[in-house]
Write a protein that binds this ligand. Structure first.
Ligand SMILES: NC(=O)c1ccc[n+]([C@@H]2O[C@H](COP(=O)([O-])OP(=O)(O)OC[C@H]3O[C@@H](n4cnc5c(N)ncnc54)[C@H](OP(=O)(O)O)[C@@H]3O)[C@@H](O)[C@H]2O)c1
Length: 315
């Protein structure tokens, strides 16, 4: 089968189409013949080599989620999955391929009206957004600031939070702000977050040097949860700035979807795909590109052009 691998870490040009053996499912696993593959900011971090500490090596095939048809079953997998069109979580890699090997426990059947491209646009990002908001104890009637709202995770966080509370966003242009308003944002701030604060929760997808300044945006008892770090890790002064605001009883936490159980992830992905099929959640698809053009997808990510999410489709 064809796959796309990171042959050299750094520039998107280090991605290349490679030939790999067709995967064979082990016990509890299935093979999915892919019809759409999600491309997220984390793939770009891996490709650049920014996550080298996690042990990625040259030849790594990126891709954390796929949708397609189950075409081979491992021992112990219910035979009714054969031929079913599904969404599945592949973890930190293996998705950029014509066939993906996944744990059968992560499979979610696609509901009517949800295309494979829609599925990989909403499901993985939605899981991070939903459980990130839950980690922040975001409650009905509260206000949230989503920092870095224009990406795959952000557009889902905005839509999910808008059901129960007030949603502000940071973004880099008025045009993006207008699009985020159509998804449920009520206040649009520039990247610095300049303007009045008063939020109960900040969901931060950006981190970087500016993260500590967002503590000042929180109400007393407020919670800032970092779910991403597209601008790199925060500076060491983070702790000093929290202590400087000691009397506001603020909380800082990180959130990784790795801490969500397979069953909870699968259950929520199923709910979200059903809501997408009913038209209650928008799949914000920036672009759909052939798998062999993964380099172009990564160039768009690096240029900051992506609003929502890119999907790759095998030829
Ligand atoms: N917690 C988890 O379990 C989990 C799972 C998967 C991924 N992640 C993390 O989530 C992040 C990727 O999420 P994503 O795909 O939604 O993000 P993304 O599309 O890569 O970026 C989100 C938005 O951040 C803004 N941005 C980019 N660089 C910025 C900067 N230097 N300063 C301020 N804003 C900036 C951009 O919007 P504007 O141009 O409009 O400002 C961009 O659209 C990665 O850090 C990844 O590791 C976390």
């Amino acid at each position: 089968m064809k796959a796309v691998a990171v042959q050299t870490f750094g520039d998107p040009g280090g991605l290349a189409v490679v030939e790999r053996p067709d995967p064979r499912p082990g016990p509890g696993e299935v093979v999915i013949t892919t019809e759409a593959i999600g491309v997220g900011g984390v793939d770009a971090l891996i490709r650049r080599g920014d996550l080298a500490a996690y042990g990625f090596e040259a030849g790594h095939v990126p891709g954390g989620e796929v949708a397609g048809v189950v075409t081979a079953l491992g021992e112990g997998v219910d035979e009714s999955w054969a031929g079913t069109r599904v969404w599945a979580f592949t973890g930190l890699g293996g998705g950029y391929a014509e066939q993906a090997l996944v744990n059968a426990a992560t499979l979610v059947p696609l509901p009517p009206g949800v295309s494979p491209v829609d599925a990989v646009t909403v499901a993985g990002s939605g899981v991070v957004a939903h459980f990130g908001l839950r980690h922040a104890r975001f409650a009905p009637g509260e206000s949230v600031l989503v920092r870095g709202a224009a990406g795959g995770i952000g557009v889902l966080a905005v839509q999910l939070a808008a059901h129960t509370g007030t949603v502000a966003v940071t973004t880099s242009s008025p045009e993006r702000g207008a699009r985020l308003r159509t998804l449920g944002a009520t206040h649009v701030l520039d990247r610095s977050g300049a303007g009045p604060g008063g939020y109960d929760v900040v969901i931060d997808i950006v981190a970087g040097e500016e993260l500590p300044s967002f503590f000042a945006k929180l109400n007393a008892g407020g919670r800032l949860v970092a779910v991403g770090a597209v601008a790199g890790p925060p500076p060491a002064r983070l702790v000093a700035e929290m202590f400087a605001a000691f009397r506001k009883s603020l909380s800082f936490a990180t959130f990784s979807a790795d801490t969500v159980s397979t069953e909870d992830r699968r259950a929520f992905a199923g709910e979200l795909l059903a809501a997408t099929g009913r038209g209650e959640v928008d799949a914000v698809v920036h672009d759909v590109l052939p798998l062999a053009h993964a380099t172009l997808a990564h160039r768009q990510l690096d240029a900051g052009e992506v609003f929502g999410r890119i999907a790759l489709v095998p030829a």
